[in-house]
Design a protein around this ligand. Sequence first.
Ligand code: DC
Length: 224
Amino acid sequence: METQIIIAVDGFASCGKSTLAKALAKSLDYIYIDTGAMYRAVTLYFLENKVNIKDEPSVMQALDDINIRFQILDKKNTTFLNGKNIEEEIRKMYVSEWVSEVATVSAVRRAMVKQQREMGQQKGVILDGRDIGTVVFPDAKLKFFMTASLEVRTQRRLTELQNQDRSLTPEAVAKNLQHRDHIDSTRDDSPLRQAKDAVVIDNSNITQEEQLAMCLALVNMRIA
Ligand code: DC
């Protein structure tokens, strides 16, 4: 069997992890896995089915009933929950408001990490998330840890959300990003941390093209 190569892209909310991970996957012809979408899918299911995260039996039952799949539709990575396309729904603000709380639940993390490790059994895989380089694949061949200023992240998120809800203010979006970063970094189970061997990328002042070129150069040095 050919050697398996994993690239981990972790970092703060809305700092361009998925943009970089998708661009790298396309350039390298690797599989891309959006692990944040998986926690968002679980959150949507919990909200729709009124699952209380403190009620362990209900959480376990719900996790048994949840099936998450990715498929490329119109050239876009698309998330499916129990056969339904939920890609647009999981990006909405009401899901963002709850996803970090749901991601603190250890049973949820165990179930997602198990699936991520199974999905990662391919030749070349890039995963983006919060704990990929520290917990899911601590032996990943290359790890990026991404960050950007709060202003830049807020602007990016606002642009993404503009088509859905024009009433959103920069203040509300910035508050949600800070709130999620805080919960993600301080939870007991697999908190968001920079892996010791991660390459830090602050993309506040560089273009996507510059970022991709830089990261591809690193891939060539470390992997090829
Ligand atoms: O990448 P994102 O913003 O779509 O992720 C949504 C939330 O999911 C994030 O605030 C925390 C959680 N998450 C996580 O706990 N672990 C991951 N590997 C990916 C996401």
